[in-house]
Design a protein around this ligand. Structure first.
Ligand code: FES
Length: 111
């Protein structure tokens, strides 16, 4: 995955402070205050959680905080949107996991 090195609005990438955080116990490098989702995407990680009912992989969809498809756990707090949450040095991020029991059994009402 490559990054834009010199953006006309965001500036030069080289002037940003590099930080390290973890995602599912894997060390990830990013730039301070960039969204978690952007840092993960730059490191080739597209799956941020699994769907609560189907367990299918989910990732960035709207990237503006509306869809909640990018929910992750940040420093123990569930439901943080990766597309809006800026990374900090040492942050611990966990992917959203499938719930132990389904939220709703859709097939029960659609025989
Ligand atoms: S991708 Fe839609 S809220 Fe984050």
């Amino acid at each position: 995955m490559t990054r834009i090195e010199n953006h006309p609005i965001l500036g030069k990438l080289g002037s940003k402070k590099a930080v390290t955080f973890t995602f599912d116990n894997q060390a990830i490098r990013g730039f301070e205050n960039e969204p978690i989702a952007a840092a993960l995407l730059a490191n080739g990680i597209r799956t941020l959680r699994n769907h609560e009912e189907t367990a299918k992989p989910r990732g960035i969809y709207c990237n503006i905080g509306h869809c909640f498809e990018c929910r992750v756990t940040v420093n123990g707090i569930q439901g943080k949107r990766a597309c809006l949450t800026p990374i900090k040095e040492g942050m611990v991020v966990q992917s959203g996991k499938q719930l132990a029991s389904p939220v709703r059994d859709w097939s029960a009402n659609h025989v």
